[in-house]
Ligand binder design. Sequence first.
Ligand code: CO
Length: 297
Amino acid sequence: MSSNPFDGTTVQQSRSVERLVAGQATSDGAGVKLTRVLTQNLQHRLDPFLMLDAFGSDNPNDYLAGFPDHPHRGFETVTYMIAGRMRHEDSAGHVGLLENGGVQWMTAGKGVIHSEIPQQEQGVMEGFQLWLNLPGRDKMQDPWYRDFANNDLPKRVTEQGVAVTVIAGSSHGVTGAVTRDATQPLYLDLHLPAGSRFEQPLPAGHNAFVYVYRGEVAIAGKAVPVQRMAILANTPEADGVVIEASADARVLLIAGKPLKEPIVQYGPFVMNSQQEIYQALNDFRDGRLGEKAGQPA
Ligand code: CO
């Protein structure tokens, strides 16, 4: 038995769906088309998560330009590449190739400048980028970076045949690739066969959502169609979530402990105050945010 009361196997009462969100079509970087599922107006509701982008296209014009050099400060980026290949390079000296189910976890901390450039000229590029906030005390920590190939990600298959990949946190005794004390993120990729159900205990105070990227699921009797985010209600009596699939489905289940701190975002900088944003802009302008090897600012 696990000593963590929220790492058990059964849920007595599922959270309900508070709201379905379709996201907004937009483009970022040098013109990569994507859907911003978690937008800025949901940052308080889904604290500690700041953003979720879904990208997926078989048209190279939608992704070829990639994300040339740009800065970040004050939070973490988690990129999950379902299909395709993307090369990452940053000012802290990290280089990585992200592909086929791999995850890149980057803690920007006090600052990195990085690029994310597709390494393919045709075929499907599909994945997600999640932004996870850092508590104020950690926003100026040194940058940190890890690449996980799909084979390195902890996995399990439930009795009902649900394939669970544990990117962050812990699920049914399987500890994920990354854990964080302050925000306690849970990030699961679930492949649910038709007719299966999946139960995940969740602390009531943690904010949680589900994003369906294949098929359709039901949560507490409410249908969640493909390409929709279901924000899960923080009902005090609910001890987790139960996800049911009538047809084959793939979903992300993401939850975390809210920081309950002020959130001030200016583009790629997320701090606690306007003053800290001015500082980030000054540091970036003056080349103190980091510079990439061989590319003096
Ligand atoms: Co970036």
